[in-house]
Write a new protein. Structure first.
Lengths: 272, 312
């Protein structure tokens, strides 16, 4: 356990010492939220599950949970890309030569990445609604009471574990950060775009199917549900909370198992 | 002799169809400063990585302090301290944070971590740098932090991979003084391609193209070569090789731009050369055999040449 906390606290220290990473991970999503929120306001068609809300759903409000998940994704990407740096700089081989279970190496990274992601996404959940006071967002109907904040935070942990473990298993076999950037643009970003974070996907066309098959859809939907008081109706584009929890937990576990398998396999490319 | 701290039996390792190590066996007595000497591509780095548990064992057997590397890797790792050629310290953490992180990864209690870090910082003269970022330190200091890290958990066997690469001569000397300070309490295995470093070891294993050339103490190895080494540089080796060989009465070896002979009566040979071919010879010297000669004698290869296939 002390090994996991040693590796995780190393992640936190390194993060706090790189200011640009903080700006990149939280600044860019907030800018996206405000700009897309304002720009797409007119063309947004409210999804069917929002029909029962007191006032019509604005695009920026729709986009709110999606941005929290984007922050988690960016943070997960930045923390796992450091595996490639750790290997290149030599730190990783020192850890591999240590008498720790290989799963500790996965856990150290995932716990570190998850903490960073949840702190930043949590900050956004608190700051986001305040932006309406300075005119950068419309009033939100979501209710960030203490209880909802804790529930949403707990669910964010699950999403963060899921995405950090996914990033880990992508980064582990790679030798260059350029390769990771390529995967990020053709796989991770589309994964986020097709999760119901950016636009709702109802109906039965191919796009709706891609969204339904995407495990991250259940992360975004679960977070959305936890942010609103009362129960939102279950629709094709908004699965039930049970479904969201089941899929997200299963996906997180699968990714963790694959990560541990990968790390257990001694490979030539781990040595510099 | 004390019980061996490390035994290696018939170790063979392949990368695809290229054999990097072939049937290497040796043992290292406890408390010994043991050198793995070989030119680039000789397999010493592969051997180091196998001992450091970073590569899977393909064939052969390795025991560290009585524990089997293949079946008891955690026990082996607990007893190993490893200092890599590319530093395993984190440049974005301070010296003390690096030591603390290492101690926690090895599961040391925090009181032990504190005490041991203080001890090592003092001993390695790093006390006034404890809060410096490792990335901002000079190469020599960083290597010392690396050594401190490797020693944090009081390992029984310390592995050092080319510890003085990239250090200036003063830092190199200082580092070697430190290593010899630690020998005795810890068994030290060091890989090197530098003869002057190898000469400081108590025992040596010479590797070439993945195979054991010979082993023994530097003195034993040097005295195993008879006679003296005569090195001659002529104006044109192609033209003067044959007359020289006739004069000395044996065939010479071309090493770079020189011709080397093993002679038993150095002074007489030298005199003969200078009298009869003085005008064509640029330099000629007689020397006692060095480890380089041992290597040359046993492999027919000059030590400074690159191996047939340099290691990746």
């Amino acid at each position: 356990m002390s090994a996991v906390s040693a590796l995780a606290s190393r992640e936190l220290k390194r993060f706090l010492r790189q200011r640009t990473r903080i700006v990149g991970a939280i600044g860019q999503p907030i800018i996206f939220w405000v700009l897309f929120g304002a720009g797409l306001r007119g063309s947004f068609q409210s999804p069917d599950w929002a029909a029962g809300l007191a006032t019509p759903l604005s695009y920026q409000e729709y986009f709110f949970p999606g941005i929290a998940v984007l922050i988690v994704m960016f943070t997960a990407i930045f923390s796992t890309i450091s595996i490639i740096e750790d290997r290149r700089e030599g730190f990783l081989q020192g850890v591999l030569a240590a008498p720790v279970a290989r799963s500790v190496i996965v856990l150290g990274k995932v716990v570190g990445g998850t903490l960073l992601a949840v702190i930043q996404a949590g900050l956004f959940l608190l700051i986001g609604p305040l932006l309406s006071h300075i005119g950068l967002s419309p009033g939100l109907q979501i209710d960030v009471s203490a209880f909802r904040f804790i529930a949403a935070g707990a669910f964010l942990i699950l999403i963060a574990v899921e995405l950090t473990a996914l990033g880990f298993l992508i980064a582990w076999p790679m030798n260059s950060t350029q390769g990771f950037h390529a995967v990020m643009s053709i796989f991770l970003m589309p994964m986020w775009l097709l999760s119901g974070a950016f636009f709702p996907g109802g109906g039965g066309d191919w796009l709706a199917w891609l969204i339904r098959l995407n495990p991250l859809t259940y992360g975004v939907a679960g977070l959305r549900r936890l942010l609103y008081p009362g129960d939102l109706p279950v629709t094709a584009s908004l699965p039930s909370m049970t479904m969201c929890l089941t899929v997200s937990t299963a996906f997180a576990l699968i990714c963790m198992v694959i990560c541990t398998r990968l790390v257990n396999r001694p490979a030539t490319h781990n040595v510099t | 002799m004390t019980d061996p701290c490390l035994t290696v039996q018939s170790l063979t390792h392949r990368y695809g169809d290229r054999t990097a190590l072939s049937d290497v066996s040796f043992s290292v007595p406890g408390g010994c400063l043991f050198g793995l000497l070989g030119p680039n591509g000789s397999g010493k780095t592969t051997l180091f990585r196998l001992l450091a548990t970073l590569l899977p064992l393909q064939q052969g057997k390795v025991q560290v302090c009585g524990f089997d590397l293949e079946t008891q890797p955690a026990d082996v790792r607990r007893r190993l301290g490893v200092t890599f050629q590319s530093p395993a310290v984190d440049g974005r953490l301070t010296v003390i944070e690096n030591l603390d992180c290492h101690g926690r990864i090895y599961g040391l209690p925090s009181a032990v971590i504190r005490q041991r870090s203080e001890e090592l910082l003092n001993r390695l003269e790093l006390s006034d740098r404890r809060h410096s970022m490792v990335g901002e330190l000079s190469g020599g200091l960083r290597r010392r932090v690396e050594l401190a890290k490797g020693l944090m958990h009081s390992p029984q066997l310390l592995l050092l991979d080319e510890p003085s690469v990239g250090l200036d001569p003063a830092a190199r000397r200082y580092f070697w003084d430190l290593i010899s300070e630690f020998r005795g309490s810890t068994t030290v295995i060091v890989t090197t391609h530098l003869m002057e470093e190898a000469e400081q070891c108590e025992q040596l294993l010479l590797l070439n193209a993945g195979q054991t050339v010979t082993s023994g103490s530097p003195q034993q190895l040097q005295s195993s070569v008879n006679g003296q080494r005569l090195t001659v540089r002529t104006r044109d080796n192609r033209q003067f090789r044959e007359p020289l060989e006739t004069l000395i009465g044996q065939s010479g070896r071309v090493v770079g731009n020189r011709l080397c002979f093993r002679v038993h009566d150095g002074a007489a040979s030298l005199q003969k050369i200078m009298q009869q071919m003085g005008g064509d010879v640029q330099s000629a010297e007689i020397a006692q055999p060095t480890l380089e000669d041992v290597f040359l004698e046993l492999t027919g290869r000059d030590f400074s040449e690159d191996g047939p296939e340099a290691e990746k």
